[in-house]
Ligand binder design. Structure first.
Ligand SMILES: C[S@@+](CC[C@H](N)C(=O)[O-])C[C@H]1O[C@@H](n2cnc3c(N)ncnc32)[C@H](O)[C@@H]1O
Length: 437
């Protein structure tokens, strides 16, 4: 018997001109073509003489099973999907069905995935160049994905300044998701952030709306729409939506001389190595500024600011030393009057006056308390610690795995500084093994 084969074909946004040669060959070679009815309609001119099976929207797994059954009969099957079949498409479910049925890649039935141009690149091409920098795609369909997962991804993408492509933004029944997405994005993006709403790209009913983020939810959006939301540097010019590649960070204009401090072909001065120097320069030029101010300026964690100070003999009159957390806690128990600072991550801050002896580790709990106050800190949550010394102040930060402050301790009494400096000297040399112990 002839060996069966399954082509998983992404045929691009719609028009044949945007179909790959391999996609055309795959459909040409197929005895059987299986697909959602809309997709079959888009390639119907290629289907003469073939066995064609149209399935409805909710019959995705049926399509996979059918493709496998036909392949087992020795037929060549093309399971077709618009865009890229691996992007919110049938490639994943088909492999899952096959693997659950005992199929393996070296079995008799060959599977070939034929990539296609996905909606986000097709839509981007129609509106300019909105994806020229980091971007991500998020589907707003909560048919198979819990909304809290989608909301978390929207929040992370918005906060991280990704250009965002929204697939499945709205349907007849799912109308609230785009409203909620706009609300989340506006927490981090300006209201006039450019948004492209592209319907039926490269199909007969193609339609494009260029709007602002705060107008998005009221626009005409449907099942065949992809929404592209710019990042903080995306702009509209002459009707085109452009996200800069970043040349302006290094050059005067696109082709001009390099900016001061930058070198052609080298990482930016704010690159992996250089950015810590920039943190130190910031602290040098803002003496006395709170560390939180520097962290906000660089949009980084306090832990990264402390590491920048510790890494190069200090900055802005501050010296820092990263240490194992247990070592630093043991040392702090010998200090006298302390100001403990804790934050809850939502802006609430508490300050409590303690003595070093009020810190007590009991199992996984660090208990901080006296007759007036009791606090408990989940000690495993603390990942690293850092001593910090300026000319007239001294203290310690205890940080979580992200480099956020779990709590800080500052000496209250200048008379205690010599005691602190003894700790500083005694712990010299332990820095290297600091981060996790
Ligand atoms: C189930 S997903 C399939 C995505 C497809 N596999 C791809 O790679 O483009 C369906 C969503 O893709 C987007 N989409 C697909 N084709 C499109 C087109 N021609 N124009 C605009 N959006 C499209 C829409 O967001 C739609 O809701």
């Amino acid at each position: 018997m002839r060996k069966g084969k399954i082509f998983l074909v992404g045929f691009g946004p719609g028009a044949e001109a945007h179909m790959s040669v391999r996609a055309l060959q795959a459909i040409e070679e197929a005895d059987v073509v299986v697909g959602y009815s809309t997709y079959i309609r888009l390639v119907k001119h290629l289907l003469d003489g073939k066995e064609v099976t149209r399935k409805g929207m909710t019959e995705e797994i049926d399509r996979c099973i059918l493709a496998y059954e036909k392949a087992r009969e020795g037929k060549t099957v093309a399971l077709v999907s618009s865009g890229d079949i691996g992007v919110y498409g049938m490639a994943g479910p088909t492999y899952e069905v096959l693997l659950q049925s005992g199929w393996t890649p070296d079995s008799d039935i060959e599977v070939e995935v034929v990539p296609g141009s996905t909606a986000l690149s097709a839509c981007a091409a129609l509106v300019g160049a909105p994806l020229t920098h980091d971007f991500c795609s998020i589907s707003l369909s909560d048919l198979l994905t819990p909304w809290p997962v989608i909301a978390k991804r929207l929040e992370a993408a918005a906060r991280s300044d990704f250009v965002v492509a929204l697939y499945n933004p709205k349907s007849g029944r799912r109308t609230g998701q785009i409203v909620e997405a706009q609300r989340i994005l506006l927490r981090h993006r300006k209201p006039d952030t450019p948004v492209a709403i592209v319907k039926s790209a490269y199909r007969d009913l193609q339609d494009i709306q260029m709007v602002r983020l705060d107008e998005m939810k009221d626009c005409k959006i449907g099942m065949l729409t992809t929404v592209l939301i710019g990042n903080s540097s995306t702009y509209l010019h002459e009707g085109l939506m452009i996200t800069p590649r970043g040349y302006h960070n290094k050059y005067e204009g696109l082709t001009g001389a390099t900016r001061e401090g930058e070198k052609r072909g080298r990482s930016l001065s704010m690159g992996l190595e250089g950015w810590k120097t920039c943190v130190r320069e910031y602290l040098d030029t803002h003496p006395g500024a709170p560390l939180q101010q520097a962290a906000r300026y660089f949009d980084c964690r306090i832990g990264e600011v402390l590491a920048a100070i510790a890494g190069n003999g200090g900055a802005g009159g501050l010296a820092a030393r990263m240490l194992p957390k247990a070592t630093l806690l043991a040392a702090a128990r010998d200090w006298r009057k302390l100001r403990l600072g804790v934050e809850n991550g939502s802006g609430a801050q508490a300050e409590v006056m303690l003595q070093g002896g009020d810190l007590e580790l009991s199992g996984d709990s660090l208990k901080l308390g006296n007759a007036h106050v009791r606090l408990r800190i989940d000690w495993p949550h603390v990942q690293s610690a850092c001593l910090l010394r300026s000319e007239d102040r001294a203290g310690a930060y205890f940080l979580d795995a992200h480099g956020d402050t779990v709590f800080s301790l500052y000496l209250q009494d200048a008379d205690d500084l010599p005691r602190f400096d003894q700790t500083w000297q005694a712990l010299a040399g332990q820095d290297a093994m600091a981060a996790t112990a």
